[in-house]
Design a protein around this ligand. Sequence first.
Ligand code: UDP
Length: 328
Amino acid sequence: MRVLVTGGAGYIGSAVGAQLVAAGHDVVVLDDLSTGHADAVPPGATFVKGTLRDCAAEVLADGIEAVLHFAAKSLVGESVANPAKYWSNNLGGTISLLEAMREIGVRTIVFSSTAAVYGEPERTPIQETAPTRPTSPYGASKLAVDTALTEHARMHKTGAVSLRYFNVAGAYESAEGKWLGERHNPETHLIPNVLAAATEGRPVQIFGDDYPTPDGTCIRDYIHVADLADAHLAAVDALLDRDGLADYYNVGTGRGASVLEVITAAQEITGIHQPYEVVPGREIDPPEVVADPARIRAELTWKAQFGLEEMIESAWTAYSRTPAAAIA
Ligand code: UDP
């Protein structure tokens, strides 16, 4: 099948693109390289540099049968400082993509959504029926896209699945032995920050240790990027099988790990026992965010295979092999 991967030069898009290539699909990556890296485009994929607004129609018209849509801005803090950028890129860009899909007749899309649509949950694990009250323009823009996609699919009798990722981590090794890991700049995520601090011999910061959790630090549901890639393949298969499927699914393991547990696991894996320092917690951080993945398991027969150790180990391998210049 010929598949368009928007944002396929980014962390998650490149890993999913590589898995699609390995599964024998013909992959076209569209990415404007505003945050992605050209060298992360999966080997074997065709690369088009450009924006959704300017280039989606032309790329789709070239025989695309399904779209996996990752192109988006994804920094929560930046979204608070500059909400218009998030509405324009994330919602505006997707509307351009949907319009182009409608004109050309491409009927299948899987979207990279997020647990941030739920905001501060009333209870965990979080089910898809939980209230959606995002606490940042980033989460709000992703929720707006979830709604636009499912409405568009119902209206035009096409297929759309939004995958609401919990905390994606780890690295994916392509069939060619290339490690595709996190290379954000600035990096805000916990696991790459822990690994960078270990390598640079400085303490990692823990954002708050007085949350209502067993060790006082925040609990998150970390999900391996390779598992996430499988979830996308399962979603595409389901869309091709079931006419008019328009739905959203949580993608997580159903197990939480605290910031301290992540740091301890990383110390064991790297062998570097760097100290940590506790700084005040961020206002936007809920104490505990864990998925209930029952729905995706029942309906798409997908289940996470990997645990925290494998995520940190693979992230460490990718980090150790990526020159510092390529991370900046
Ligand atoms: N965190 C931390 N130190 C860091 C980065 C993150 O203590 O250098 C915490 C953060 O407050 C959250 C958890 O680690 O509780 C996961 O943060 P991340 O940014 O990876 O994902 P988020 O859950 O914020 O999307």
